[in-house]
Write a protein that binds this ligand. Structure first.
Ligand SMILES: [Zn+2]
Length: 137
């Protein structure tokens, strides 16, 4: 028997092919050696196919909570600290949280509109400034 414990989390990661390459082949080796492990993997795969388990699901539920909309906004502006920013990036790109991706899209659209509004306001001020009598200096 193997000395390394394979957790349920590991097996799910293996099934979803979301583990580092080394860990993948390590688990593969152990699966080949252990009938009991194969049975565990099979029953996990079955439950996963029923939508009970998936690595993404587990991450969403336990490890990774969604960043707030403010945090997403700061992320887009590059105003988050590096570790926080990489967390958000991981949440969006690796976990692919649909809720947050939708929020980001929304925020991006909103951000694109801001400069236009500002421009319009500036133009307004410029034109009203032009209406003022010019002081001769
Ligand atoms: Zn999220």
């Amino acid at each position: 028997m193997s000395d390394k414990e394979v957790s349920e989390q590991d097996l799910l990661g293996y099934l979803d092919e979301m583990l580092p390459v080394e860990r993948m082949s390590d688990i593969e080796k152990q699966l080949r050696l252990s009938e009991e492990l194969r049975r565990r993997a099979a029953s996990l795969a079955q439950r996963r196919d029923q939508g009970v388990h998936s690595v993404g699901e587990i991450w969403r539920r336990s490890r990774l909570s969604c960043p707030t909309r403010e945090q997403l906004g700061s992320y887009l502006l590059g105003a988050l600290a590096a570790d926080h920013s990489s967390y958000v990036e991981f949440h969006l790109q690796t976990v692919g949280c649909r809720v947050c991706l939708a929020n980001v899209n929304d925020l991006e659209t909103a951000m694109k509109e801001v400069p236009e509004t500002q421009q319009r306001r500036r133009r307004y001020f410029e034109s009203s400034a032009g209406l003022l009598p010019r002081s001769e200096t």
